[in-house]
Design a protein around this ligand. Structure first.
Ligand code: SF4
Length: 171
């Protein structure tokens, strides 16, 4: 116990330093996103997040979009609790057989026009879980996908870049 205490005093925290809230790249991307949302989406984009069977790594990065550092709501993105209030589904993970019907029903409950973004390598083709008896496949096997954001997991900035690319495709 004493050794652990001394080690932690000498080595400091093992976590990465917190990102800066005014990171110039984030601010530039955010402004671009806000301009696109104001021009083409009535000022905001409502996202319903669906975890179709991920390891939670992708979710942690997506949750970061709402934290005080990234704070994406200031640029017009918001997460909603119901697909009926959503413009877009953000789906992570391979689609497990148990989640297949839930994803189909969530897609059906989302009003048109709607977009589906698959986030993370598993969402493309099952990733490291491909071939498992419990996995139906990537998101595209179950619902039509408009955009895929690669990464394992994608970082918050990669997610913002992907959403920006979607606004270009959706116009
Ligand atoms: S892409 Fe990576 S982080 Fe995301 S669900 Fe798959 S294994 Fe987990």
């Amino acid at each position: 116990m004493r050794r652990i205490l001394f080690d932690s005093l000498l080595k400091g925290p093992l976590t990465e330093p917190a990102p800066s809230g005014d990171d110039p790249e984030l601010l530039a991307l955010g402004r671009e996103l806000k301009t696109a949302l104001d021009a083409w989406f009535g000022g905001s984009l409502a996202i319903r997040m669906v975890d179709a069977g991920s390891c939670n790594g992708c979710e942690l990065e997506i949750h970061a979009l709402n934290n005080p550092f990234y704070d994406l709501e200031r640029f017009g993105l918001k997460f909603v609790a119901s697909p009926r209030h959503a413009d877009m589904l953000l789906v992570t993970g391979p689609v497990t057989r148990n989640m297949r019907e839930a994803l189909e029903r969530t897609f059906d409950a989302t009003p048109s026009p709607k977009w589906v973004v698959a986030a993370g390598d598993c969402a493309r083709d099952g990733g490291v879980f491909a071939g498992s008896y419990a996995v139906a496949g990537g998101v595209g096997v179950v619902v039509p996908v408009d955009l895929h954001i690669p990464g394992c997991p994608p970082t918050p900035l990669q997610l913002v870049k992907g959403l920006l690319a979607l606004t270009g495709k959706a116009r």
